[in-house]
Design a protein around this ligand. Structure first.
Ligand SMILES: [Zn+2]
Length: 366
């Protein structure tokens, strides 16, 4: 790394915390939605870890994790630097929304630069949105300076905390060994973090959902920077036990990266699933009708094929489809509940972690 880091108006100072902004979306009312930046620069050189949070505005835990991690005491012992962006979605943070009020219907965590450069080919092609352009500018700082990146999120209602592992894509066969090496490094980072590890949706679904343009997906697949996403319990709330476990997990990643001395600290207070085989997330089952949902399972429960997981009734309280019971067709563990009390037909009801035998290093479809 360079001896001092400059990110937007933040200027790293050895042994200190430095603050500044990267300009975001210019607002019609004047000013801009700035991305706040904290640089924790150690006295000695070493790798640079980026920590980003709250790209979904109603997800707050990552902000608190950054605040609790970045102490003067940590910086005094650090080798290298941490660059933290406590919110990647200032607009959504203000309105407590997952998205951005001036980009309704779009998920901001699908707007980071993809592996193919986006070119405006004709005059009638729509230019990229203001937020996409702002993320592109921020991404250039990441590409230029980051050795590792961790993006902090919250997941579903009452969900257990876990870390999501993205697939790594490669184009030509000769690039496969480097892609495998990158995925191996991600595996080491995840092991150091110490949370339950869940692989992302299977490859085709991953691209269809534009997850390669999520923060971690873009860091990994566009900039080839080892990265993962941490899901830190339910949104719209902060669980102090999960927050503290995540801070410990991040310090353990710093130790793994040789940015901090000392043995790993235990991850306590949270459930860590280690079934002995890889797991990936799926949404399952889906509601056969719109209606009122009452769940028969909670996050962390194991479910087996045929288990009743929810009861669906109409607004009068009468069960839908005879007994109203909805069964799982999969074996897995409940990561979180995707609905509150109501659902529409074909809405997913649960996030499940199921056994996964898919490849995590895959050719990019041509
Ligand atoms: Zn999120």
């Amino acid at each position: 790394m360079r001896s001092t880091l400059e990110i937007g108006s933040a200027s790293g100072q050895p042994g200190r915390l430095a603050y500044g902004v990267v300009e975001g979306v210019a607002l019609p009312s004047g000013g801009s939605d700035q991305f706040p930046v904290i640089i924790a620069q150690g006295r000695k050189d070493g790798p640079v870890l980026w920590l980003t949070a709250s790209i979904h505005g109603a997800e707050y835990t990552g902000i608190l994790v950054i605040h609790q991690l970045l102490t003067p005491e940590l910086v005094s012992r650090l080798r290298g630097a941490i660059v933290a962006v406590p919110t990647l979605n200032p607009a959504g943070l203000r309105t407590a929304d997952r998205g951005v009020y001036y980009l309704r219907g779009q998920d901001p965590n699908r707007l980071f630069p993809g592996p193919m450069p986006r070119r405006q080919t004709t005059l009638t092609d729509a230019p990229r949105s203001a937020l996409e352009a702002a993320y592109q500018r921020l991404f250039e700082h990441i590409r230029e300076t980051a050795n590792y990146l961790i993006d902090l999120h919250n997941y579903a209602l009452g969900s257990i905390p876990f870390a999501l592992r993205d697939p790594v894509y490669f184009r030509a066969g000769r690039d496969r060994p480097a892609a495998q090496q990158l995925q191996n490094t991600v595996g080491e980072m995840l092991a150091a973090f110490g949370f339950t590890i869940v692989n992302e949706f299977a490859s085709n679904d991953y691209l269809r959902k534009n997850l390669h343009r999520s923060v971690s997906g873009a860091a990994l697949n566009t900039a080839r920077i080892p990265a993962f996403t941490a899901e830190l319990g339910g949104y719209m709330s902060v669980d102090p036990i999960i927050t503290s476990a995540a801070v410990s997990g991040l310090r353990n990643v710093l130790r793994w990266a040789d940015m901090l001395d000392g043995p790993p600290e235990p991850i306590s207070g949270i459930r860590v699933l280690s079934p002995g085989y890889p797991m990936r997330r799926v949404h399952h089952p889906f509601a056969p009708n719109s209606g009122i949902v009452s769940y028969l399972v909670k996050a962390g429960d194991a479910v087996a094929i045929g288990d009743a997981v929810a009861r669906l009734s109409d607004i009068y309280g009468r069960p839908c489809n005879e007994d109203g019971l909805i069964h799982s067709d999969l074996d897995g563990v409940v990561l979180g509940l995707t609905q509150g009390g109501i659902c529409y037909q074909n809405d997913p009801l649960l996030s499940l972690a199921i056994p996964d035998d898919s490849d995590l290093v895959v050719p990019f479809p041509t």
